[in-house]
Design a binder for this molecule. Structure first.
Ligand SMILES: [Cu+2]
Length: 618
């Protein structure tokens, strides 16, 4: 049943009995379907945000997060899987706080907009983590409680997911693992590649709020930031003389850029529409939470880590110079070899690291990063190109302060190999719209229902199917990256890159051609390995992934976070070998006989701080 039919039925029945019958008895979500707006867009942008001059605000570059000597109380090793094996070498404490954030110096923005973030900024500080160096992050919720907070649309009850992290369940930031004001949660990031396979290493990750039902609003309020992983090759030192070191642009020449589109009230405060379940679009484009900023760049190479932070907009990025991007990563992983592309397609939560060389320009030149993809509602992009598009950030070129020792290696990282013998099961996930809610296999999310029991140490084939022909879903699964086997039945070879020409998908045998024969592709949609599968209308994408190292609960969901909250998400658990299953089971049944890993069932008291022990669990 499609939404249009639902509305007709609702009107014909003159009431709710037919619709209510589709939801579980007593399910409070049942009410949500009546909050869904009728077809036609809700008037999100009927009142445009106040104007703001472009390229007047200076880009904010988040500081690098610094460790602390100790934590009080000390972390509890019993609350974590494999803690002794990966004893933290560094400890961090980070605070979720409310503050005024200046999105732009022009009035009314210059007075600040009530925001949430970490340690006083949004995006929060950037973690510089290293493979082989486990860390522990204590995240403290210091947000004002409901009724006191000036951010009225979000919920000061938080969980923080390390997106793309190979993280134990209890540290992963699951939707149901929330903490309230005054509480803290310890995240143990072991920082080793999946299955100790060096080819599984990752590079650009980000952390963001993942609160059950409130992810979209809480991230929109400002709860996100970057988490970068380095190793001996990607060492974060462009002067590194160690053999094998890549010497990519580093330090202040390695700059993370998070894209968010935001709506503002006439007084410059951030605006949100809780009744729009299609997806929220903003009419002010921000980079690192400044509206259309400028950034002074030297005549040399830079590494920009570009992230689509959502909530619902898709981007197609171009450079005003007409020069191609040199792309070195797709989502969290480093590509086998750099790819040149005229444009980059980024659905929500996707990332791409690019190297831009401003030595091709003169001091005084400007180069603007443009979005040209049209999107008029939260359901997905139209596919049409805007001309000239919207300037997101303007790079203003100045003379270099010294020689540029950085390089772009010809070879980067090989794809991991997944053998056919590792594949244990195949599962199909159909993403649809039903009764006012976004569904997976006809169901809305239930944190106490396990929709897949995956055996530790196995691989599976998953088929993501978009049942809708008018909306797009960027599908993300936690814990492990996948490799695409096929898109709409077309096999995706290891040497291919996904391109797009004249509205048709095309797979370019990019790495199969010798480097001197390669030409820039039109639109980079990603390599074979990713952590977000972009389902455009009617798409079917088949992937393979494998699970190792930890046990416990995780989720897979649409990363249009408005869809995620309403409630396009499943819970899957990594279980002991031999305990796997197909279909849904109550969590209480899954863990009836075997002991659950830490934090899985029930929510632990150990994660709460002392003074809040007497408060009832939510
Ligand atoms: Cu979606």
């Amino acid at each position: 049943m499609r939404r249009r039919d639902v509305l007709k039925l609702g009107l014909a029945a003159g009431g709710s009995s037919l619709l209510a019958g589709r939801a579980r008895a007593g399910d409070p979500r049942e009410l949500l379907q009546f909050l869904c707006p009728p077809d036609g867009e809700p008037p999100d942008l009927a009142t445009p945000s106040p104007p703001a001059r472009e390229f007047v605000a200076e880009l904010f570059v988040p500081p690098v997060k610094q460790p602390v000597a100790s934590l009080d109380p000390p972390p509890d090793p019993r609350a974590h899987q494999r803690y002794e094996e990966f004893r933290p070498k560094k400890l961090y404490e980070i605070h979720e706080e409310e503050f005024d954030w200046v999105y732009h110096p022009d009035p009314p923005y210059g007075n600040g907009s009530a925001s949430w973030g970490f340690d006083g900024s949004t995006p929060g500080p950037t973690y510089h983590a290293r493979y082989g160096e486990p860390i522990l992050v204590r995240r403290v919720n210091r947000l004002p409680p409901v009724g006191v907070s000036r951010v009225g649309f979000a919920l000061p009850s938080t969980t923080s997911h390390l997106h793309n992290g190979h993280t134990a369940s209890e540290s992963d930031g699951q939707p149901q693992d929330w903490i309230d004001t005054g509480e803290f949660w310890d995240h143990h990031y072991a920082n080793f590649p999946a299955g100790f396979d060096q080819r599984e290493k990752l590079t650009t990750l980000w952390y963001h709020d993942h609160r059950l039902d409130f992810t979209a609003a809480n991230v929109y309020a400002g709860l996100d930031g970057f988490y970068l992983l380095f190793d001996e090759q990607d060492s974060g030192d462009e002067t590194d003389a160690t053999p094998g070191a890549w010497r990519l642009p580093s330090g202040r020449y390695d700059v993370p850029l998070i894209l968010h589109d935001v709506m503002f009230q006439p007084d410059g405060q951030v605006r949100w529409n809780p009744f729009n379940t299609d997806g929220i679009l903003g009419d002010r484009y921000t980079v690192n939470r400044r509206i259309q900023p400028f950034f002074r760049v030297e005549r040399r190479k830079y590494r920009f880590r570009i992230l689509n932070g959502g909530p619902s907009r898709f981007y197609q990025l171009f450079l005003s110079s007409g020069r191609p991007f040199v792309i070195i990563t797709g989502d969290g992983n480093v590509l086998p070899e750099p790819v040149e592309a005229e444009s980059i397609f980024l659905s929500v939560a996707q990332r791409v690291d690019v190297v831009l060389d401003f030595s091709h320009h003169r001091a005084g030149d400007t180069v603007t990063l443009l979005n040209r993809l049209e999107q008029t509602n939260g359901k997905g992009p139209s596919g049409r190109m805007l001309d000239p598009g919207v300037g997101l950030v303007q790079f203003q070129v100045v003379e270099a302060k010294g020689p540029d020792p950085s390089r772009i290696p010809e070879r980067l990282r090989e794809l991991p190999r997944i053998d056919a013998g590792e594949i244990r099961r195949e599962r199909i996930w159909e993403f649809d719209y039903d009764g006012g809610l976004w569904t997976v296999n006809g169901k809305v999310f239930d944190p106490n229902r396990v929709d897949a029991g995956i055996e530790q140490g196995t691989a599976e084939i998953w088929v993501f199917r978009n049942a809708g022909n008018a909306w797009s879903h960027p599908i993300h699964s936690h814990f492990t990256e996948f490799q695409i086997l096929s898109v709409n039945g077309v096999p995706f070879d290891r040497t291919w890159i996904q391109d797009w020409r004249e509205g048709e998908e095309e797979f370019v045998p990019y790495y199969a051609a010798p480097p001197e024969r390669r030409r820039p592709i039109r639109r980079f949609m990603g390599g074979k390995r990713r952590d977000v599968a972009t389902l455009l209308p009617g798409d079917e994408i088949k992937v393979v992934m494998r699970w190792s190292d930890f046990l416990g609960k995780y989720v897979m969901h649409c990363h249009n976070v408005v869809h995620e909250d309403h409630s396009m998400m499943i819970r899957w658990d990594i279980v002991e070998p031999g305990q796997g299953f197909v279909g849904s089971r109550p969590a209480s049944e899954v863990y009836r006989e075997t002991a659950a890993p830490p934090h899985v069932e029930p929510r632990p008291a150990a994660a709460s701080s002392q003074q809040d022990q007497e408060e009832p669990e939510p």
